[in-house]
Ligand binder design. Structure first.
Ligand code: HEC
Ligand code: HEC
Length: 462
């Protein structure tokens, strides 16, 4: 009995060893450097992987989405497209603290506001990797949110169209409804001096605005084959704004999923993808500096709102103007005042200026702010960060600063780090850049179905 038992034990040990050998053979080379061993175990603890990119759509849907993304026909005045503020040559943003929408001229930092047009209250985020199914929120205040049961919460409430694929598609419904982003103001005339019919519709009447946009597309014959190829079985006469939004999201997912940064290659097992400085920086980020308390998980965001006491500036948002109360405007809860969704950080070295309102011009300043928010806020010098027309909008009242600090997130406390550590942290953040960010201009079409210029309008004829 005992002998048989021993033989069984020896047999199973042999099998186990065999299985072990085989599986070792299939694993990426074991980290030999102590730094890699430490970092890889830290990453395992924090569940850090390359995010899944999201399911690809058909090439026809992506191509339709590309046309819609660059077509100024979606704006009331026929002068602004998604790309105006999320431009491929500007890291899918506009390189400005606050965006400038319809009636503006020019691109990026050079874009000038039209007469009597305010800045958009917030910074235009990048749209990298937003097609991942891990996303459950959109916007700085998360006013688009997918609930655990799959329901989508949006500013349109019960008027949300049927058939919206996900939060990214839901997001695409709203820029064309926003008066200063794309829709225009009552009385506006478009690029050709014709009345802007979108601007005359009451702001709350989302379905009427969307129907008017669909009608414009249906009056543009080159869109017919594009829609019919993208949605086989749906007649062009039957398309809805959901087809438009889903196609735009399909394009964004296809064009702007960039997961080949040195960091992503390291996460896939290549120890040589990162410099030692970047590895030490990653250890600080996922260790003693506690950055990953909020910039957590594969997307580097917990998709929660936090108040990190970013200086207030700009025209302000909604009912809280001239301030921007952030998440409180959506939740109604005063504990959410000045809280904004943690931004994801891939390609962050090229997506400045930073924060929900572009308050910090450099990545260094944005990172330093976290290390001592109170000091950073109290010593903030708007002229060091902002163009002249925004300097005057900075809220320098000490009472405002104290209010910002009153509800500061508890995860942030004054932290001192050496210059070497700071350089390591920056090396890590720079390793989040996928070199493909520099060649995105190839996504820009030479032509769009409306025949409107793809480049930004450079001047307006009165
Ligand atoms: C006038 C500039 C402007 C235009 C035009 C514009 N956007 Fe944006 N976009 C912004 C700003 C500003 C925000 C942030 C607003 C907020 O969070 O309150 C934003 C947010 C987003 C987000 C959310 C990203 C995230 O992680 O939360 C996506 C995606 C996006 N825009 C895509 C689009 C698409 C698609 C279009 C065209 C249908 C478009 N944008 C048109 C300025 C613009
Ligand atoms: C308490 C949660 C929290 C912690 C901890 C945290 N962050 Fe942030 N981070 C945020 C939020 C929220 C924002 C945006 C705030 C705003 O715009 O008002 C932000 C913004 C940023 C930005 C600007 C990104 C952009 O696109 O504008 C960078 C860079 C950044 N954080 C890096 C770090 C680093 C590095 C650490 C660790 C030293 C860190 N964060 C720790 C919540 C956090």
């Amino acid at each position: 009995m005992l002998v048989r038992h021993k033989a069984w034990l020896a047999g199973s040990l042999f099998l186990l060893a065999l299985v072990g050998l085989i599986s070792v053979g299939f694993q990426p080379a074991q980290a030999s450097d102590p730094l890699d061993r430490l970092l890889r175990s830290r990453l395992l603890e924090h569940n850090i992987t390359v995010p899944e990119p999201g399911a690809p759509a058909s090439p026809a849907q992506v191509e339709l989405g590309r046309m819609l993304y660059f077509d100024k026909l979606l704006s009331g005045n026929r002068d602004t497209s998604c790309a105006t503020c999320h431009h491929p040559a500007l890291a899918t943003s506009d390189a400005r603290p606050l965006s400038v929408g319809t009636a503006g001229v020019g691109l990026g930092p050079d874009r000038q506001r039209g007469q009597e047009r305010p800045h958009i209250p917030r910074n235009a985020p990048d749209v990298f990797n937003r097609g991942s199914a891990l996303w459950t929120t959109m916007f700085w205040d998360m006013r688009i949110e997918q609930m655990p049961d799959g329901r989508l919460l949006t500013p349109a409430g019960a008027f949300l169209p049927e058939g919206i694929d996900d939060v990214l598609a839901a997001q695409a419904l709203f820029p064309p409804t926003a008066e200063h982003e794309m829709r225009g103001m009552p009385g506006d005339r478009d690029l050709f001096g014709h009345p802007n019919e979108l601007a005359e519709i009451p702001a709350q009447d989302f379905p009427a605005i969307w129907n008017a946009i669909v009608a414009r597309l249906q009056r543009t014959p080159p869109y017919r084959p594009l829609f019919e190829d993208a949605y086989p079985g749906t007649r062009f006469e039957e398309i809805t704004i959901a087809h438009v939004a889903n196609a735009i999201a399909a394009f964004e997912r296809e064009a702007f999923t960039l997961l080949n940064s040195p960091w992503d290659r390291y996460l896939r097992g290549d120890d040589s993808a990162l410099s030692p400085a970047a590895k030490r920086g990653a250890l600080l980020f996922y260790g003693e500096l506690g950055c990953s308390a909020c910039h957590s998980g594969p997307l580097m965001t917990d998709q929660q709102a936090h108040n990190i006491a970013v200086p207030q500036l700009g025209p302000g948002k909604g009912a809280s103007a001239p301030f921007d109360f952030g998440r409180e405007l959506v939740s109604g809860s005063p504990t959410d005042r000045y809280a904004f969704r943690t931004p994801p950080l891939r390609n962050v070295a090229v997506t400045g200026p930073y924060m929900h309102n572009g308050a910090f011009r450099t990545l260094e300043a944005a990172v330093r702010h976290h290390l001592n928010p109170a000091e950073s806020l109290r010593t903030y010098t708007p002229s060091a960060h902002l163009p002249a027309d925004l300097v005057a909008t900075y809220q320098d009242d000490p009472a405002v600063q104290e209010a910002l600090l009153d509800t500061l997130d508890r995860n942030l406390h004054p932290t001192t780090i050496s210059d070497d550590e700071f350089a390591d942290l920056l090396a890590f953040l720079h390793a989040l850049t996928d070199p493909a960010v520099y060649t995105l201009a190839q996504e820009i079409p030479t032509w769009v179905p409306s025949g409107l210029p793809v480049a930004e309008i450079e001047a307006r004829t009165p």
